[in-house]
Design a binder for this molecule. Structure first.
Ligand SMILES: Cc1cc2nc3c(=O)[nH]c(=O)nc-3n(C[C@H](O)[C@H](O)[C@H](O)COP(=O)(O)OP(=O)(O)OC[C@H]3O[C@@H](n4cnc5c(N)ncnc54)[C@H](O)[C@@H]3O)c2cc1C
Length: 332
């Protein structure tokens, strides 16, 4: 078994920045990612979207930013290993942990930083007839490539940021888009809702439940909708359905350890990003310090990673300074 000071779980944006920060603080780390590449949600859920709210980067395509993050993470030549699903963390003697990877004990570490985000992106399903039959044949849970929706009539189910973001993203190439939302409450950013309402190709249908996805055996041709206010049914002629009704998250991912959680949704951490287990820290979308809603954002995950790594440094080397120096003092 390989011995390291720190294992970082996840090579999403938070894990990548944590990897860089570990290098800055000369902590010997290995970063383990279950998927075959880096970027987490940026790569899996919105690779072609533009991101505007990262400090100092006015506008950037998501996968380009993920590439830059990886480049930064690699600056101190850390070990970043893909296809490495951390399946368990087993506490062992001498305040160490054994990391089980793909079912086999692979590393021992003195500290662990969990940056597992929303896990393996298990999207919530509508659970209606036709959904499973036409999965990837007209039913999707994300927009991997805008070109896939060229000239299509698209139904987007959901009323949150993802629904409106995807609608605005594909609008230039599609024939039309319907956003169907079930309870009349739009959770998306006001600016996106206004932008969508100003696009003639986008129609928002409130209080609309999708009851069935209908196809011709090969592809989607319609969706059955029910207006739960007027109590009327409608058949929507669509050839693609994008379901954006959230993801399943499970902070209880390691069987040998029980983390305190926030609402069963996040791993609870203190303001140093330490969990209830000494030596184990968590940051990014998987972690929350309180019952308040989480700001699940790239910049927030990065800041949390920074604080976590510096506290980990202090945990590993109690005589080290907590804050470290400024990177601008370095010549790299
Ligand atoms: C459609 C959409 C648009 C968004 N737009 C923006 C935006 O414009 N600006 C912004 O700031 N934020 C945006 N976000 C949010 C942002 O992407 C997240 O806050 C960010 O990805 C969180 O990073 P993370 O590293 O904490 O988690 P994730 O990105 O979820 O990465 C976690 C990584 O850990 C891996 N992993 C999980 N479990 C294990 C395990 N057991 N073993 C090994 N690896 C594991 C996963 O495979 C994944 O790669 C958007 C999100 C979505 C869905």
């Amino acid at each position: 078994m390989e011995e390291v000071e720190l294992v970082i779980i996840g090579a999403g944006p938070t894990g990548l920045f944590a990897t860089f920060c570990a290098g800055l603080r000369a902590v010997k780390s290995v970063t383990l990612e279950g998927l075959e590449t880096y970027g987490g949600q940026m790569h899996e859920l919105y690779p072609e979207k533009k991101v505007y709210d990262v400090q100092g980067v006015p506008k950037v395509i998501s996968y380009e930013l993920a590439k830059k993050m990886y480049e930064q993470a690699a600056m101190f030549n850390p070990k970043i290993v893909f296809n490495s699903d951390v399946t368990d963390i087993i506490p062992t003697e001498g305040n160490r942990f054994i990391l089980e990877v793909n079912g086999e004990q692979a590393y021992t570490a003195r500290a662990i930083l969990i940056c597992a985000g929303v896990g393996y992106f298990t999207p919530n399903k509508l659970n209606v007839e036709g959904e499973a039959t036409y999965a990837d044949k007209g039913v999707y849970y994300t927009v991997k490539s805008i070109a896939d929706f060229k000239d299509a009539s698209v139904l987007i189910v959901g009323g949150g940021d993802s629904a409106f973001d995807y609608a605005l993203q594909i609008e230039p190439v599609v024939k039309n888009v319907i956003i169907a939302q079930h309870n009349g409450v739009l959770k998306a950013a006001e600016s996106s809702v206004v932008a969508a309402k100003n696009k003639p190709k986008i129609r928002v249908m409130l209080n609309t439940e999708i009851k069935e996805i209908v196809g011709d055996g090969k592809k989607v041709i319609k969706a059955d909708a029910f207006d739960n206010v007027s109590k009327t049914n409608d058949r929507l002629d669509v050839d693609s359905v994008i379901v954006t009704i959230g993801h399943k998250a499970n902070p209880d991912i390691f069987k040998s350890i029980t983390f305190e959680s926030v609402n069963g949704r996040y791993i609870k951490v203190d303001t140093n990003y330490k969990t209830n287990v000494d030596g184990i820290y968590a940051a990014g979308d998987i972690a929350n310090v309180s019952n308040e809603p989480k700001f699940a954002l790239l910049a927030v995950g990065g800041a949390e990673a920074y604080v976590a790594i510096n506290n980990i440094k202090k945990y590993l080397s109690p005589r080290a300074s907590l804050t470290g120096g400024h990177s601008s003092n370095l010549e790299l």
